[in-house]
Design a protein around this ligand. Structure first.
Ligand code: UD1
Length: 434
């Protein structure tokens, strides 16, 4: 949101004219959740990294700002390609006005601790999905020999020397697994992370760090072993993995709109948890070989039940787009959300569009209706925003989606990608009388 010259607020909204069956091809961008781990991981490299396939989204812009504030030099050398020079880190503190913009800013703690033995970072922000504690990150830093203090909206981590250790995470946490990896790469000795998260972006981070000279084994399993090395100083190029969640968003958009979409630049193995469920809904999924998958849905989707789980379970980040498909499915579907406490806020917006959803705590019941009707709706978080766009595309009439800044955090060129599939979608500015 910004101010116009008369003092009123200008806000952006996405306007969708509905009743479109998506058809065509879409190319998936680099994974947000991998890129926001790899960017701070470059802090560990006393050299120059070239990172390709970096999505152009606002979380990445925010990350670049933070990295520049601690002395990292970043140059965009081509579309989606950044040259990152971390040889001269000159600051170990990142202020809260930078870190509060998004969640993954907390990876600075692990990366700066690993490289400089000291980090002071403002508390991270991010989508409001419920309580987002950091106790497992803190436990891991302490087991590696760091002291951790959290006060006045800051986390300070400090160690004279980090020593590898055996770390059992009480909860399967993506963030704690990544922060522990970042802190352990340059520590003395061996660190093992037990009950580690297995998401594709964890494997991608390990691949990046190994390419730069780290010694990490087992990423993608629940036991990661990190043999500390004295320094990472290779100059090398790395390409970020395709975004599993963006690919899943378009797969679910194809199902919900009864469309026919070819999704390119995706890793079909990462999409198996989604494929399994949409086949159950009656969609046809064809692996086209290489890096492409086709999703076609000719009939009204069948009702299904899902429970969100850490990878390789059904991803919580695709729960809202799945909720849209369920809202027009034949029969009553159930979602059991096992990761976040407040991930059903979008269901109230879908109900404004004529859906019949009852959410009770971490369970929601979706009684399928024949169709949704366009309405003004508000994105409560990034994935909820993507879900509302899909709802607008299949609904009758016009849907106006507010709070688009959430969507811009994680989807590159989302309107253009949907427009290329036939959606009638545009971004417009609206003046809010102040
Ligand atoms: C990451 C993803 C987010 C996704 C989530 C779950 C990024 C940048 N974000 O978030 O999109 O929804 O994984 O797949 O990659 N927990 C604790 N203590 C901790 C850490 C976590 O109790 O110290 C709990 C959380 O409250 C949550 C669960 O563990 O219930 C999983 O959280 P986690 O995997 O850490 O999520 P994020 O890394 O924040």
């Amino acid at each position: 949101m910004e101010n116009d010259t008369n003092g009123g607020n200008i806000l952006e909204k996405i306007v969708v004219e509905g009743k479109t069956k998506l058809k065509g091809e879409v190319t998936i961008s680099g994974a947000k959740n991998a890129a926001v781990a790899i960017l701070p991981a470059t802090i560990l490299v006393n050299g120059i990294c070239i990172i390709e396939n970096v999505p152009e989204i606002s979380d990445i812009k925010a990350y670049c700002k933070i990295l520049e504030s601690i002395g990292v030099k970043i140059r965009k050398i081509a579309k989606n390609t950044l040259e990152i020079d971390s040889r001269n880190i000159n600051n170990i503190e990142a202020s809260i006005d930078l870190t509060s913009k998004f969640r993954a800013s907390y990876y600075l703690a692990g990366a700066l601790l690993g490289r400089c033995g000291h980090a002071i970072i403002g508390m991270p922000g991010g989508c409001k999905l419920g309580a987002r504690p950091m106790d497992q990150h803190i436990k891991a830093f302490e087991l590696l020999g760091a002291t951790v203090e959290t006060e006045q909206g800051k986390i300070e981590v400090k160690a004279d020397k980090l020593q590898g250790n055996s770390i059992y995470l009480d909860i399967v946490s993506v963030g704690a697994t990544i922060n522990t990896m970042l802190a352990a790469v340059l520590a003395d000795g061996v660190t093992t992370i037990e009950n580690a998260a297995k998401e594709p972006h964890i494997v991608d981070l390990a691949n990046f760090l190994n390419k730069m000279g780290a010694n990490i084994m087992g990423a993608g399993t629940d036991r990661i072993r990190i043999q500390g090395v004295p320094e990472l100083k290779k100059n090398d190029t790395y390409s970020v993995v395709p975004d599993q969640i963006e690919a899943g968003t378009f797969m679910l958009a194809a199902v919900a709109t009864r469309g026919d979409v070819i999704i390119r630049n995706c890793i079909t193995k990462h999409l198996e948890p989604i494929t399994a469920k949409i086949v159950e809904m009656g969609a046809e999924v064809e692996d086209l070989g290489g890096d492409a998958i086709r999703v076609k849905c000719t009939n009204r989707p069948n009702k299904i039940n899902i429970k969100t789980l850490p990878y390789p379970g059904f991803p919580t980040d695709l729960q809202p787009p799945m909720g849209v498909a369920m809202s027009i499915a034949d029969g009553t579907s159930v979602i059991n959300e096992s990761i976040w406490d407040s991930r059903f806020q979008y269901t109230e917006e879908l109900n404004r569009m004529g859906a019949k959803i009852t959410a009770q705590g971490k369970v929601a019941f979706f009684e399928g209706v024949d169709n949704l009707i366009g309405a003004p709706v508000y994105a409560s978080d990034l994935r909820a925003g993507a879900a509302l766009i899909i709802a607008g595309i299949l609904a009758e009439g016009t849907t106006q989606i507010y709070n688009v800044e959430y969507i811009d955090r994680g989807y590159e060129n989302i309107e253009e990608k949907f427009r290329n599939l036939g959606a009638k979608i545009e971004r417009v500015e609206e003046k809010e009388e102040g």
